[in-house]
Write a protein that binds this ligand. Sequence first.
Ligand SMILES: [Zn+2]
Ligand SMILES: [Zn+2]
Length: 249
Amino acid sequence: MKIYADYHTHTIYSHGTGKIEDNARVASEKGLKEIAITDHGFNHQLYNVMRKDIPLMRRQIEELKDKYNVKILLGVEANLISSEGDIDVEHKDEEKLDIILMGFHKRVFAKRLKDRFGFFIPNFFAKIFGYSKKRIDINTQAYLKAIEKNNIDIITHLGYGMEVDAVKIAKSCKEHNVYLELNGKRILFKECEMQKIIDTGVTFIISSDAHRPSRVGECPLGISYVLKYNIPIEQIANINKITAFKKHN
Ligand SMILES: [Zn+2]
Ligand SMILES: [Zn+2]
């Protein structure tokens, strides 16, 4: 059982400590066949990649093409920015990217003021005082709408920052050919829902979410889930194989 590709890594363009080249070099040293550079989306308040950097990043990737024995994809880890399923990667951005990841992050500029007060802040308090069924439903719907409305390839660390119905979201991922991530730092699926998620037939993808080059390709947490829950290897996108994505450009 070998991870062939790591499709979720950060660089100095957002919250990472290494350059694109550092991540690529480490990926190649560890025998990965593919790596994706997926810095935080444009609306992140602290660690956003900037639109003006995307062409520069693409040029660097182009220059590194033959230097290391690893294919480098350019992506973004987009943010969910409203309860209506809006994300901070627009269609005009999409054509410049190879893959789009999407996750919920707390320190993000909401789409509208009403999303700040009706979506982000209630989730902040729900984390402290508990989630109502209605709140979980609103959160779940936000993900379902995001999957419907956008060309997302991977949902990252589902359940982080807000409680959701992960089984419903997994079903939608399966329907729309979206991979569900087993994140390198945090996996928040509940024990009781894990088998139901697997039974939806969704394809998982294991990634490091590396913020340091040395962590690229390091995915022991994801692998431990595969072993613990006996997830069939056919249901993992990047074990013993590389992955096909929707084409964005
Ligand atoms: Zn993230
Ligand atoms: Zn990340």
